[in-house]
Ligand binder design. Sequence first.
Ligand SMILES: NC(=O)c1ccc[n+]([C@@H]2O[C@H](COP(=O)([O-])OP(=O)(O)OC[C@H]3O[C@@H](n4cnc5c(N)ncnc54)[C@H](O)[C@@H]3O)[C@@H](O)[C@H]2O)c1
Length: 300
Amino acid sequence: MHMKNKILITGGAGFIGNEIIKLIKKKNKLIVVDIKKKKEIINKFKKLKIKYIVGNLNDQKFVIKILKNVKVIYHLAGITKVPNTDINLNKRKEKIIYNNSVNLMNNLINNLPKNTKIVFPSTHLVFENCKINKKVFYENSKPLPKLAYASGKLECEKMLKKSNINYSILRLGSVYGNAEKKRMFNLPNLFVLRTKNNKNLKLFSGGVQIKSIVSVNDVARAMLYLSKDRFKRGLYHIVSEHLTVKKIGNYCKKFNQNIKLIPTKDKIPYLGYYINCSKILRTGFKFKNNYKNFVKNYLT
Ligand SMILES: NC(=O)c1ccc[n+]([C@@H]2O[C@H](COP(=O)([O-])OP(=O)(O)OC[C@H]3O[C@@H](n4cnc5c(N)ncnc54)[C@H](O)[C@@H]3O)[C@@H](O)[C@H]2O)c1
């Protein structure tokens, strides 16, 4: 009989998966699953000698197959290019985003071998509908989701809590870090990419909005850390900095004086909020990266 010691990463060909893989030393224990089937991706994993399986986690039969002998799952698969405002919202697409997220989690929960742990990235956007400026949110604060992405994540959190599965849930801030161009679309990544390409940066409402951010390296480290046995059925906020959009813009401009920061009168729904992270810090975990250094490394 095989020992149950495999580490499964769903959506492992993506941005965060790539970083987790870098940090895992025992590559022979890894199974990476993703819907991406481009030759260059398949070859990349071949070179790394990592088992890479192409498939769709909406397919229950496929899920049953890949869960064999798995001790820990980093469940990263999901739709990530999603709207962040309700302007021109496409209701059909919103439904797809929500259902997809819930369906994938359902397929995992229903077919999980005993004693397998799920490490799951949720989002700080479960508080996106907060209308009170600069409010501080804790892990036990009441969630206020609005759009399908955050509602889907919150539903997945509830499904895990209702199950008797062991899990660690991480509510991540907006994740920045070096990635292929396609994955540079959230604001802290988009701003450095535009700066690199000599493109100006627009600051809606003067850039006063607060962003909750965290580096992809800290996210990967936190996920590995929270996969350990001593963490049981816990929910953690994972954000290392709160920066205004203007500050993010200023950090970028420092390394490329050719670009302009353009304040606009575009409305923002709220000033933003703070994600309290003392729970993870109390366990002894430390964030090691900051945005300023990332910008410097990316642009010089
Ligand atoms: N990057 C962030 O800012 C951030 C913040 C909070 C939470 N998260 C969550 O972390 C996870 C990973 O994010 P990421 O930034 O690496 O995103 P990503 O888009 O780079 O990676 C997700 C991967 O999942 C794969 N995938 C999607 N649907 C699939 C399916 N049905 N079957 C198999 N594979 C599928 C995609 O091909 C992609 O490679 C996501 O669940 C995301 O919601 C990300």
